[in-house]
Design a protein around this ligand. Structure first.
Ligand code: SF4
Length: 420
């Protein structure tokens, strides 16, 4: 009997790759998904691919020509929303940005950007899920609840070797689904989290210099006691892993992320530790990789002078829109039009509505040219980046003859090149 084909779920950035479709069921139903994954596969998808120009149904060729004309006429195009695209489509977007002297950014908003600044400042020591599973004897969840956000994470990293001990420690300010299955829960008020990290790092520095920690004789405060307990747990591990949540606010600084990266460095002076961020921003990690390989900069890259430039968030999609520095936008999104607008500031939103828009979207959205794209892993295929930066090839769970977003972008690029 032929083995059922395994599919990948894109319901969260864990990209579980053991999903099967139960063809015997009365209704199309995926197997091995968690509740979040089942919800992802249950979302409605269009039976046919339709493209629009100025609100009217158009052929693909007409839509491609309309899009390339808008890009050709523009002085300063903006290409963004790469986090909703496959790696191949992100690469095709980059090529269009290069030839149109456009600004290209990974996402539409400035929210959730702090992780990349943190990486640039401090770097990271990390590992794949496979390495964590086979080597980690201590797994720490720092102020996060993967049982809710990435429900099959523990199943993926928990060792099946019964002879090997593997402890799960949760540090957080409230009981969650993850604290219920942990070996230990250390309760810390959210406002004391960075102080706790600082105290643990001080103790580690003293230990690696073989000095006695004064805190052993002065463990008067609750936070100092907690720091003592946590340090003990951490240094006793032979190979520890710390998972933490991505900051999604509009902030340039991710103090928790920075402190954890510094803590991992200090821990590696004594034992072996890695960290992994529980990203929740679709395929943004791949978008950052594509832009970094192609331009040397991982986000918000401007080509106006004929070569790639980057200056913090000066050329981010939000800044370009807010400062009215772009005159056409090409973006991809699996959000509704209202959700897209909600993610922008008021001035950026106003400018977006005044310039020509080319949209690749899974839902009906107001745009001068709209290409319909499939939902990743359901009716669209392509590479996506897993939480640990491993590239995973998503297949179509519902095969169709839709033209891929990558192919449409390539058609636009060819049209632009042919007309120049
Ligand atoms: S954990 Fe994430 S990727 Fe895995 S099945 Fe659930 S939603 Fe899908």
């Amino acid at each position: 009997m032929q083995k059922p084909e395994k599919l990948i779920c894109a319901g969260c950035t864990l990209l579980c790759d053991d999903i099967e479709i139960d063809s015997r069921a009365d209704q199309w139903r995926p197997k091995n998904t968690c509740a979040l994954g089942s919800q992802y596969f249950a979302q409605p998808c269009c039976p046919t691919q339709t493209h629009f120009v100025d609100g009217a149904v158009a052929t693909l060729d007409q839509a491609v020509q309309a899009a390339s004309q808008l890009l050709r006429q523009a002085k300063s195009p903006l290409i963004c929303g790469l986090d909703h695209l496959s790696t191949e489509a992100q690469q095709a977007s980059w090529k269009i940005a290069d030839i149109t002297k456009a600004t290209i950014d990974t996402t539409l908003t400035n929210h959730g950007r702090s992780s990349i600044f943190s990486l640039q400042k401090i770097g990271k020591v990390t590992a794949t899920l496979g390495e964590i599973k086979s080597r980690s004897d201590l797994i720490v969840f720092w102020f996060c609840d993967p049982e809710t956000t990435h429900p099959r994470l523990l199943e993926r990293i928990k060792s099946r070797d019964t002879d090997r001990s593997q402890r799960i420690l949760v540090v957080g300010d409230r009981e969650t689904a993850t604290t219920k299955i942990a070996n230990r829960f250390i309760h810390v008020p959210a406002e004391s989290a960075s102080e706790l990290l600082g105290r643990v790092r001080t103790q580690l520095a003293l230990q690696s210099n073989s000095q006695t920690s004064e805190s052993q004789t002065d463990a008067s405060t609750a936070i100092e006691n907690t720091a003592n307990e946590l340090t003990k747990e951490l240094v006793e591990a032979k190979y520890g892993s710390i998972f933490f949540e991505q900051i999604i606010e509009n902030s340039r600084f991710d103090l928790a992320g920075d402190s954890i990266s510094r803590l991992i460095r200090s821990l590696n002076d004594i034992t072996r530790f890695v960290s992994l961020k529980l990203r929740s921003d679709n395929n943004a990690q791949s978008a950052e990789n594509v832009l970094a390989w192609s331009s040397g900069f991982p986000f918000a890259v401007n080509h106006n002078l004929g070569h790639p430039r980057q200056h913090g968030l000066e050329f981010s999609a939000e800044s370009m829109l807010r400062n009215q520095q772009c005159d056409v936008i090409l973006f991809a999104s699996n959000l509704s039009g209202d959700e897209v607008l909600e993610r922008l500031s008021e001035p950026a939103r106003t400018h977006l509505q005044t310039i020509p828009r080319i949209a690749f979207s899974t839902q009906a959205i107001e745009a001068n040219v709209q290409f319909q794209m499939g939902i990743p892993g359901i009716n669209a295929a392509g590479e996506h980046c897993r939480i640990d930066n491993v590239s995973m090839p998503l297949k179509k769970a519902k095969p169709n003859d839709w033209i891929s977003t990558e192919a449409i972008l390539e058609m636009i690029r060819q049209d632009l090149t042919a007309q120049s």
